[in-house]
Design a binder for this molecule. Structure first.
Ligand SMILES: [Zn+2]
Length: 277
C-alpha cells in the first residue's frame, strides 16, 4: 500500500523557541521531509526569516492562531465570540501571508479547540484545510481532548461543508494517545513502534505533530505563565536523536512524507460532487 504521513509542527508563540529551528530544517532536508508548519502570528512576527526559509524550502505554511503559547486564553471554543475569533485568525493569517507572499490555506487551532463558529470563520477567510479535530484520542482530563463525541468522530480526512464552502479536515492521528513528539519522548522505541504499526493499519495518512520548544533547552525559552509544566519536562536538543530515529523508522517502513495540500486534493477529488452546492 502507498503509505504516507503528514509531519506537522505547531509553532506556538514561545520566545526562544526559534533556537532549534535551523537544525530542524536541516534534518527535514536530510530525510526529505516536506512538512506542514503551523505558525502563530506572534512567532512569525518575531522570526519572519524562519517562516520565509520554510516557504523557500517548500514546506507547507499554515496558521496556528495569533499569540497562543503566550496567551493561555486563546481558545476557539463556543464561549469565544465570532468577531474575536475572526480578528485573531485574520490578523495572524495576514502576518504570515505578508512574509511568504502567498495566501494561508491551512489551519490548526491552538489547543486543538474549534467550534462551528471557528469553521465558519475559516471558510469565510478562504482556508481549505483544518487539522484540529483528533479522533480516537482521549486525555482523561489531563489535556485538552476529553470528549467521547470527539473520540468517535472520523479519524480519516473528510470534507466538512460550511455553507457554500468546503473544508478538508485532516485529523491528527491518535490511538487514545496522540501520535506526537511527546509520545516519542515519553515511551521507549518498542512501544511507539507498536503504536505506529497499529495506527498505520487503519490510518492513511498518518498525522504526526510536534513543537519546536520540545527540542530547545528550557533555559533558552520563556515558558509561558500558566503553562502545563509537565509538558516541558524531558525536553531539549537530545530529542533530535529521538526525532531522527522516528524519521529513520518511517523510511524503513516505506512511509513517505507529504504536505497536507496533497491530501486536500485527493480528498476533494474523491468527495461526492453533490457537496458542491
Ligand atoms: Zn499549539
Amino acid at each position: 500500500m502507498d503509505e504516507y504521513i503528514h509531519i506537522s509542527v505547531d509553532f506556538d508563540w514561545i520566545p526562544g523557541s526559534d533556537v532549534p529551528i535551523s537544525r530542524l530544517y536541516e534534518m527535514f532536508d536530510q530525510y526529505q521531509v516536506k512538512a506542514t508548519l503551523f505558525f502563530t502570528g506572534g512567532f512569525a512576527t518575531a522570526y519572519p526569516h524562519l517562516v520565509k526559509q520554510a516557504a523557500q524550502e517548500e514546506h507547507e505554511i499554515g496558521c496556528h492562531g495569533l499569540n497562543h503559547g503566550i496567551d493561555a486564553h486563546e481558545k476557539f471554543d463556543t464561549g469565544v465570540a465570532y468577531t474575536v475569533q475572526k480578528e485573531l485568525i485574520r490578523t495572524s493569517g495576514d502576518i504570515i501571508a505578508q512574509i511568504t507572499g502567498e495566501p494561508v490555506l491551512s489551519f490548526r487551532a491552538p489547543y486543538l479547540q474549534v467550534c462551528d463558529t471557528t469553521l465558519k470563520v475559516l471558510a469565510e477567510l478562504g482556508y481549505r484545510i483544518d487539522s484540529s479535530l483528533p479522533a480516537r484520542r482521549f486525555d482523561f482530563g489531563c489535556g485538552s481532548i476529553s470528549s467521547v463525541r470527539q473520540f468517535r468522530k472520523s479519524c480519516h480526512p473528510h470534507v466538512i461543508a460550511v455553507g457554500q464552502h468546503r473544508l478538508v479536515e485532516i485529523p491528527p492521528s491518535a490511538c487514545v494517545v496522540p501520535l506526537n513528539m511527546r509520545m516519542l519522548r515519553t515511551f521507549p522505541f518498542f512501544i511507539w513502534r507498536s503504536v505506529i504499526s497499529l495506527l498505520s493499519a487503519s490510518h492513511n495518512p498518518l498525522v504526526f505533530y510536534m513543537h519546536p520548544a520540545e527540542l530547545a533547552h528550557n533555559k533558552d525559552i520563556t515558558i509561558p505563565e500558566g503553562a502545563c509544566m509537565g509538558f516541558y519536562r524531558n525536553c531539549g536538543p537530545l530529542h533530535f536523536q529521538t526525532l531522527e530515529r522516528f524519521l529513520k523508522y518511517l523510511l524503513h517502513r516505506g512511509i513517505r512524507s507529504e504536505t497536507m495540500a496533497y491530501t486536500y486534493f485527493k480528498t476533494v477529488d474523491l468527495a461526492p460532487k453533490v457537496c458542491i452546492t
